[in-house]
Every structure is written in C-alpha cells, then in structure tokens.
Design a protein around this ligand. Structure first.
Ligand code: NAD
Length: 321
C-alpha cells in the first residue's frame, strides 16, 4: 500500500481505543485534548472512572499547552461493549490490551477484521516485536507499535516500530499522527524485543537492582545516584552526548582515551539479576524504603506534577539548543 492508499492525517477524526487501563486512559486524555472523538472498547471499562482520570489530567495538559479548553469535553468519548462496533467507525485504532503475545495477536486480528483496510492499528506494546503482532492479520501493512511511556499523556517520547510486513508509508503516517499529538516520536530502523528505550532502561535497572542486592548503598542513596547525578543530565542530553561532553573540547575521542580501559573493566564487572521470589522481596522492600511512609498514590501525584515542570523546561531548552 502507498501513502495515497492510507486515510490521510487530516481525515483522522475518530480514534478507537481497545483497552482502557493505565495506558489507554492516558491516550484518551491526550486525544481528547487534541480534539479527537474517541470510541472505547474494554470489557472492564468504567466510564466514570475514565472521565475522572481525564479531568484530573487536564490541568497538566493545559500547562503544557496541549489542551486548550478549560475543561475536557467528555461527551466526545463513547463506550462500546462490542469490539467490532467500536472500531468499525474509527479512523485509527490504538490497541492497549495486556502485554501477552497470544492475547495481543488475537486482539489485533479482530481489530484488523473490523477496521477498514486503509486505517492504522497502533499497538502500545512495551516490548513485543510488531512482526509477532501482525501474524494473524489480513492487513499487516497497517500494523505497527507506537510505544508510549508512563504516564502516556505526559512523557513526550513515543517509539514507532514497524514489523517485517509494515508498509513504510504507514510508519511515516504514524509518526506524523503522534507528532501532531504534541509528542516526540522516534522511528526504530528495526524491531527488537523491548524496542529501544525499555532495553536501555532494563540495562540501567539491572545494575541498579544488582547494587541493591549487593547492599552497595542504601536504596535512597542508590536512587539519588540517578536523580542527582546521571538523571539531571539525561533530562537534557542522551548517553552519547553525555559521553561526548565528558571529554571536554576533545569530545568523544578524548573521553575514549581517558576511559577506554575503565569502561572495559566496568562492563566486565557488571552484575546480573534473576527475579527469584527472595530477590523480588528484597526489591519490594527497597521500593518501600524509598517511599518513606508516603503512599504510592501520593508519589504518583508528586511525579506527575514534577514531570510537567521538567517537560516544560525541556521544551524551552531543546527548542533553544
Ligand atoms: N503501564 C505502563 O507503564 C506501560 C507503558 C507503556 C506501554 N505499556 C503497554 O500498554 C499495554 C497496556 O498496558 P497497561 O499498563 O495499560 O495495562 P492495564 O492492565 O492497566 O490495562 C489493560 C486493559 O486491557 C483491558 N483488556 C483486557 N482484555 C481486553 C480485550 N479483549 N479487549 C479490550 N480490552 C481488554 C483490561 O480490562 C485493562 O483495562 C501493554 O501492552 C503494555 O506493555 C504499558
């Protein structure tokens, strides 16, 4: 299929959401802020709870200039007990069901059977290769991953990943649609388990958890290493630029001269983590320690408020770079 055969960006008005858990609700808030009508199908959906989530998310979307109205227009949100009816009238569908290959492949095949062939199906999958998700679809060319980050209505990044049978025009259309939501999409040149960002996160978390298990420092100090050390730079720059600037005016070549041997030694010494029940118990204890008697819900509210400030600063800085 060529670009001309897909429904154009400007013709997309109604978006189908299949699965309205934490990710589906985040997409719903963002899509509503951008003026789309939304058709939701989720056997467990509670319209009042989804409406409350969107209303609560709205001030943050306004601060980021993504939402432009005082209040969300929840009447643009419709709920369908039947998947076929929900997606038959949609111009694009997000699949946000549970992260299980067989369940997702089946769900996507059912969406594919009900949705006109010129419309995209975007899966939020956090790590399943899109070629697997396309396996049972009659129109695999319009299926790809658009992976957001929690909370999906706030974190700017979305990874766009095509499978073996995704049409290049579908990838471009998906990127343009996601950029139109105010996101910062990146396109992966090839699919990998865990896509790109979760692989990087998994590498950092493996060593973080290894240091917890080795009791290298307290859980709070281990988290502070990231917050006040690496993380403060990472909000501005990626790992490659950070490495480059570590060499001063001599750049990456100088960093390599200084640190070639050290990195080889560190990489050789990094730990591994196996998630046995005992290990999981230690990690849950560490999480409780960093929560310091405040509830998880409290921390989520604190995170979301802080994220808006960080994203606003990023927007200002990155646009100036
Ligand atoms: N939670 C995250 O941090 C995160 C971030 C990015 C991407 N993702 C991905 O998003 C997807 C959803 O994750 P989540 O965290 O929202 O999970 P979740 O468990 O919060 O939500 C899944 C929803 O799917 C619904 N569902 C189950 N079967 C269904 C069906 N047949 N039809 C329609 N809906 C169905 C459930 O009722 C539930 O509401 C996963 O693929 C996950 O990898 C999650």
């Amino acid at each position: 299929m060529t670009a001309a055969h897909f429904l154009s960006l400007s013709a997309i008005r109604t978006v189908g959401l299949v699965g309205a858990g934490s990710v589906g609700k985040g997409w719903a808030a963002l899509l509503l802020a951008r003026g789309y009508d939304i058709a939701v199908h989720d056997p467990a959906a509670d319209p009042a709870q989804i409406g409350a989530f969107i209303t609560q998310a709205w001030p943050a979307l306004r601060r980021l200039h993504i939402a432009t109205t005082e209040q969300p227009d929840l009447s643009r949100l419709s709920f369908f007990p039947d998947l076929t009816t929900a997606v038959a009238g949609a111009d694009l569908v997000f699949e946000n069901g549970p992260e299980l290959v067989s369940a997702k492949t089946d769900l996507i095949a059912r969406i594919d059977a009900a949705l006109p062939a010129d419309r995209l199906i975007l899966s939020s999958s956090g790590g399943i290769r899109p070629s697997l998700l396309q396996a049972e679809a009659a129109h695999p060319e319009r299926i790809l991953v658009a992976h957001p980050f929690n909370p999906p209505h706030l974190v700017p990044l979305v990874e766009i990943v095509g499978g073996e049978r995704t049409d290049a025009a579908a990838t471009i259309l998906a990127r343009d649609f996601i950029a139109g939501l105010g996101k910062r999409p990146i396109i992966l040149k090839r699919e990998m388990v865990g896509h790109l960002t979760n692989r990087i996160q998994a590498a950092v978390l493996r060593e973080t958890f290894h240091c917890v298990l080795e009791d290298v420092a307290s859980p709070q100090d281990i988290d502070d290493a990231l917050r006040f050390g690496l993380g403060v730079r990472w909000a501005l720059m990626g790992g490659i630029m950070t490495f480059n600037l570590a060499g001063g005016p001599g750049g990456a070549a100088h960093t390599l001269d200084m640190a070639r041997r050290a990195y080889a030694d560190w990489w050789a010494d990094l730990g591994d983590v196996t998630l046995t029940p005992e290990v999981e118990e230690r990690l849950i204890e560490a999480a409780k320690a960093v929560e310091m008697d405040r509830s998880t819900q409290d921390w989520i509210a604190w995170r979301d408020e802080g994220l808006v400030d960080v994203i606003a600063l990023q927007n200002e800085r990155i646009d100036k770079a």
